[in-house]
Design a protein around this ligand. Structure first.
Ligand code: TYD
Ligand code: MG
Length: 454
């Protein structure tokens, strides 16, 4: 028999689920119409035996642990998301929508690393050398420690990496890379997986850190980055509103640090700049003495972020008054309105209600409920809330204010940005005790909270 047997299987392009037959809906990720047929070559048993283990099993105590020396990227926001810098020999996936700024971010990382004297290799399968140069000109000066290489053939890339032995390699993007041993087209699930495993062997074998760019694809014939999440050490997603200038880098998997950390960047004419104080950034341009505005606090990973919640309650001309929610869940707003109607006797059935989280950020944490409720009450009474007041807490259906996690950290962030009064769930206030310079008002129900701002 020949050395390998080929057969065809169907892969989900979104999550990589494998099936012998076509399916309309993927049982793995519940997406529709994501299955495509690919040929795979079964590796023969003989080939599998060729690989020999490099050494025998060892016991834990015989392993030397130097303090894992990490390479700093000199971008604090990125270092934090990575868990304190780049771990040598790690494989990092950077996913995100096309055009969000992945190439820009990584080119800037290259710039900083090269400035620090590290050998960096940027491999692009998407852009020509000229295009990269144009981008680099916007970003600034580059040292000669950075080398560029436009190639998509992984064998050639592997040879280049083995010969030049850089410390950090960027692959932009994994969907353009191909391996001659795999018969399906670049971007298919089998190509993307095979390419990643080749890169992983390079990373682990030579101790080189490799960053892989993966585009998030809504549809079409290109496999998304979720297909390789389980193969890499760290998964970062770069996201943001296309119309807003800020971008958020989020870790969703990290073998060398905590997940759910975020890094905030701003896209400028000259590339990305770090936003060291996101709370201040989000509160920029806050109106003074305006009714319907209050600041709430949401936890993004281990970091609290303060945001302004705005509400506008206006008499409606319509038979069915309008309700809109920007930046948060519409159903959550409807629920909170019902709570206000029932528990506080606030009649809103004749009014349009608009709720907005300023800055274009989207928040799903229920801890902002109390802020939303107070903003609506403030707007409907047309009475401004003191601008030094901050509120957080989850609101339940009986109008109770429920505890939220990491209350002490939220209060500290409020204090740091000059807030003097914090309205929070009573349970959290009891836990925290006293905080110097900040008045804590513990509330048990929305009624108590409304009284606190009156
Ligand atoms: P890019 O890094 O090419 O995105 P990706 O690699 O994720 O597809 O980012 C492209 C966008 O960033 C493009 O719309 C232009 C914008 N941009 C700036 O606003 N300022 C800059 O300095 C650079 C380099 C790009
Ligand atoms: Mg790109």
């Amino acid at each position: 028999m020949a050395k390998g047997k080929t057969s065809t299987v169907f892969f989900c392009q979104s999550c990589g689920y494998e099936s012998p037959k076509w399916m309309g809906q993927c049982p793995g990720c519940r997406e529709w119409n994501t299955f495509v047929e690919e040929t795979v070559e079964k590796k023969s048993a003989a080939k599998a035996h060729e690989r020999r283990a490099a050494g025998g099993p060892v016991c834990l105590s015989s392993i030397e642990t130097k303090d894992e020396e990490r390479v700093t990227t000199r971008m604090q926001e990125l270092d934090r998301v990575l868990g304190g810098g780049i771990v040598p020999g790690s494989l990092v996936l950077v996913g995100g929508d096309p055009g969000i700024g992945k190439s820009t971010l990584l080119l800037q990382v290259c710039q900083k690393l090269a400035d620090d004297g590290h050998e960096v290799l940027y491999i692009s399968g998407e852009e020509s050398l000229k295009q990269i140069k144009l981008r680099a000109e916007r970003i600034g000066q580059f040292s000669d420690k950075l080398r560029l290489f436009c190639e998509t053939n992984l064998e050639l890339i592997g040879d280049t990496i083995r010969n030049s032995k850089p410390e950090v390699v960027i692959i932009d993007s994994i969907q353009t890379m191909y391996n001659e041993d795999v018969s399906s087209a670049p971007g298919s699930v089998s190509q993307v997986r095979e390419s990643t495993s080749v890169l992983m062997q390079l990373a682990k074998g030579l101790g080189i850190s490799i960053f892989i760019v993966g585009h998030v694809t809504k549809e079409g014939t290109v496999a998304g980055p979720r297909v390789l999440e389980h193969m890499v050490d760290t998964v970062l997603y770069f996201e943001g509103d296309r119309h807003a200038s800020y971008r958020i880098l989020r870790a969703v998997k990290n073998r060398f640090g905590s997940t759910n950390e975020i890094g905030v960047f701003e896209m400028r004419e000259t590339g990305l700049t770090e936003v060291e104080n996101p709370s201040q950034f989000m509160l920029n341009g806050r109106p003074e003495e305006a009714s319907g505005s209050i600041v709430a606090c949401s936890m993004e990973g281990t970091r609290p972020i303060l945001l302004e919640i705005q509400a506008l309650v206006a008499r409606s001309q319509l038979a069915m008054p309008r309700r809109t929610a920007a930046g948060m869940d519409y159903n959550r707003v409807s629920l909170l309105l019902a709570v206000l109607e029932k528990r506080l006797n606030l009649h809103l059935s004749g009014s349009d209600v608009y709720v907005n989280i300023a800055g274009g950020i989207r928040i799903n944490e229920p801890a902002i409920d109390l802020g939303v409720v107070l903003a609506i009450v403030s707007s409907s009474r047309d009475r401004a809330i003191d601008e030094k007041v901050l509120a957080f807490g989850e609101v339940g259906l009986s109008g109770e204010v429920r505890a939220v996690s990491q209350a002490a950290q939220r209060v500290q962030e409020a204090k740091k940005l000059g807030f003097t009064t914090v309205i929070l769930p009573e349970v959290c206030r009891e836990q925290i005790g006293e905080v110097k310079g900040v008045r804590l008002i513990g509330v048990r129900s929305v009624g108590d909270a409304v009284q606190a701002i009156s």
